[in-house]
Design a protein around this ligand. Structure first.
Ligand SMILES: [Zn+2]
Ligand SMILES: [Zn+2]
Length: 412
């Protein structure tokens, strides 16, 4: 027995935290089998964005069995959910991000089965540890949430949930992505999807072309305008598009044409500037051909701006588990995620955990195989433990919490 008189408050706090750390690790390890089974089930039944019905059912079912209160179908999306476990009153609120959508034809080649189950494991592990601490007379006030975010690969589920207020009151968010190396930090590219719809007028292409309005010409002139624009945007800008409708037969003047573009920039602010220039190219194409233009703009994925204290803590926790973790802070990858929007709304950190060797690209068949491999299974637990321990530190360490809050909004 320790002599209570010899214990300083700081030491006591440290002991409590260390004790809780052990509980978190135990509670995550205790659920390895069921969590791997869910990861494999999601992998074997790939579901496209907004259709992740089974995946959402498996994840919410397990969260409910482990004592979370689950709200399904949040923000108007059937496959979105928020799972909540509350301990005490007025404690800090932390959230883990689950993704579970697959890609067409190549299934879980982005490994979202691992993202979904690592969030599940982190949330349940942390909640069970806090419950045990409470039972043994060491209550810690906190709210633990797991966010089920549909259709990361294009539907912007997180943006819709953010706008609907699902993340209100959450002070720190943690996430992971499987890949080809262990890392934290680094930005992503902001992207806006644009669809241009050109309406012209059909006519016999040989007998009365002068009576027609060629919608395909409007689309082609749009491409030409954008190709001229490329010289006058920063070199890290990406504008890429396809023609999805270009007429029905060569002897009919095309009365309808449609083109889809993705406009990308490492900066959400600069993206707005480029987006408007691209729209002007489409208007110019439509005007030249005499066609009518309708523009549909999809949800903008903002660039990631990670919270530095939170991501350094996540890095340290992953290293405490024996991983070596690259710090990619200050770099930006030429891909986009709706986690960027979360990161600009509240303190956020994420890690990449290697499930394949360097050089294996995301969205490849090799990556799909890795997402259901022994190495892929291990990644669930490394990231779950790293995220849960970081969240635990956030909950129990007021000065760390203040540092995280102070570093927000995060700089690029
Ligand atoms: Zn992906
Ligand atoms: Zn992904």
């Amino acid at each position: 027995m320790l002599n209570a008189a010899n214990r300083s408050p700081a030491k006591e706090r440290k002991e409590k935290t260390m004790d809780l750390r052990q509980l978190v690790l135990e509670e995550i390890d205790a659920r390895r089998e069921s969590i791997v089974a869910i990861s494999h089930d999601i992998h074997s039944h790939p579901e496209l964005g907004f259709e992740e019905f089974q995946a959402a059912r498996w994840l919410t079912g397990e969260l409910e069995r482990q004592g979370f209160r689950v709200e399904r179908g949040v923000a108007g999306m059937e496959t979105a959910f928020v799972a909540t476990a509350v301990f005490g009153q007025g404690g800090p609120a932390v959230g883990f991000i689950a993704e579970y959508d697959a890609l067409p034809e190549i299934g879980h080649a982005c490994g979202h089965n691992i993202i979904g189950t690592s969030a599940l494991a982190a949330g349940v592990g942390l909640a069970k540890a806090l419950a045990r601490a409470g039972q043994s007379g060491q209550p810690v006030a906190a709210t633990v949430k797991v966010f089920g975010t549909p259709y990361e690969e294009g539907g912007g589920g997180k943006i819709i949930m953010l706008d609907a207020g699902c993340f209100d009151g959450v002070q720190a968010v943690l996430s992971m992505h499987p890949g080809a190396r262990n890392s934290v930090g680094g930005g992503s590219t902001a992207v806006t999807p644009l669809t241009f719809k050109f309406k012209g007028k059909s006519a016999h292409a040989a007998a009365s072309p002068h009576e027609g309005i060629n919608a395909l010409d409007a689309a082609i002139l749009t491409f030409n305008g954008i190709n001229a624009l490329r010289q006058h945007v920063t070199s890290d800008t990406r504008i890429h598009g396809i023609i999805t409708h270009g007429g029905v037969a060569p002897n009919i003047v095309p009365e309808y044409a449609e083109a889809e573009f993705l406009v990308r920039s490492p900066s959400s602010e600069y993206l707005v500037v480029v987006r408007d220039k691209v729209k002007r190219c489409a208007q110019a194409g439509a005007d030249a051909a005499g066609a009518q233009l309708t523009i549909e703009e999809g949800l903008t994925y903002k660039d990631k701006r990670m919270n530095r204290p939170l991501e350094l803590a996540l890095k340290a926790e992953l290293e405490s588990l024996g991983l070596s973790v690259h710090d990619a802070h200050g770099t930006s990858m030429p891909a986009s995620t709706d986690l960027g929007n979360i990161s600009q709304a509240m303190p956020t950190a994420a890690c990449n955990i290697a499930i394949a060797d360097p050089g294996v690209p995301g969205h490849s068949r090799e990556m799909a195989v890795a997402a259901r491999s022994p190495r892929g299974d291990e990644a669930i637990f490394y990231s779950a433990k790293g995220m849960a321990l970081t969240a635990l530190r956030f909950i129990t360490d007021a000065s760390f919490r203040a540092g995280v809050a102070q570093a927000f909004p995060s700089a690029k």
